[in-house]
Design a protein around this ligand. Structure first.
Ligand code: APR
Length: 243
């Protein structure tokens, strides 16, 4: 696509870039976005009804089956050109902070380090009652148990209605306050507090660029909307810095 010269200038001049990604960043890797209808076994379920503490308490075995299915899906997926471009971008700008709402670990597999995982990670487990992360879960059990308290383990992700992990929230808030360019990539910008980060950056005079094939509530609040797939647009932005 034709990227406006002013957007490219903002990138070239940026001192600190913050990139916030959502599930659209992994769409080209074959991982369905959160608000897409599910296919196959899980087509009858709405993910928004499964990703809650209430759903887990009602039927922990069902929720664990869903998460194991998602783990398998992600394990088979590979990072796409957008993930790789973001990892390379970190080497080309003075500072880049990557915040992701994704739990799939694909940014890390593409070579990004120090990724702020806003919504946790699909491949970790936490004790449901104590919240602590454990590393000795029995992966064969239908509902794995905490070896310390005997209670249920749950996937180490953030569900609807739950707080963002404190360290992730603090790091994301500080980076957003400091950045001069904010990239909102592949997110529908409807889930808070992540959805508020772009506005916070803009209030602090950062340039906001959205990358998304669709219009979102963030589009009207962005300085530039690059309408297209992140796996195509991010490599173009990177190429521009390489020229
Ligand atoms: N490139 C860029 N964006 C894309 C692409 C693509 N190839 N394909 C789809 N998109 C966009 C869609 O247009 C949509 O705006 O990605 C967005 C995906 O939106 P959601 O499915 O709502 O995902 P996300 O914004 O990450 O959801 C936020 O909500 O469900 C919870 O915890 C879950 O982290 C998730 C959070």
């Amino acid at each position: 696509m034709r990227i406006p010269a002013a957007a490219l200038d903002a990138l070239r001049q940026a001192r600190h870039v913050v990139a916030l990604t959502g599930s659209g960043a992994s769409a080209e890797s074959g991982v369905p976005t959160f608000r897409d209808a599910q296919t196959g076994l899980w087509a009858q379920y709405n993910p928004l009804d499964l990703a809650t503490p209430e759903a887990f308490l009602e039927d922990p075995a069902l929720i664990w089956r869903w998460y194991r299915w998602r783990r398998e899906l992600v394990a088979q997926a590979k990072p796409n050109a957008g993930h790789f471009a973001l990892a390379a971008l970190a080497e080309r700008v003075p500072r880049l902070t990557l915040i992701t709402q994704n739990v799939d670990g694909l940014h890390q597999r593409a070579g990004s380090d120090k990724v702020i995982e806003f919504h946790g990670n699909l491949f970790t487990e936490r004790c449901f009652s104590e919240g602590i992360v454990v590393t000795d879960a029995d992966h064969e059990a239908e509902v794995p148990k905490c070896s310390a308290c005997g209670g249920m383990l749950r996937p180490g992700v953030v569900w609807f209605g739950e707080a963002i992990p404190e360290t992730a929230l603090e790091a994301a808030t500080a980076a957003t306050a400091d950045c001069d360019l904010f990239l909102s990539i592949g997110t529908s910008s409807v889930v808070w507090p992540a959805a508020g980060l772009a506005a916070a950056a803009r209030a602090n005079n950062a340039v906001v660029i959205e990358i998304n094939p669709d219009v979102t509530p963030q589009s009207g609040q962005s300085h530039f909307c690059l309408q297209g797939k992140s796996g195509e647009i991010l490599p173009e932005l990177l190429d521009y810095l390489t020229l």
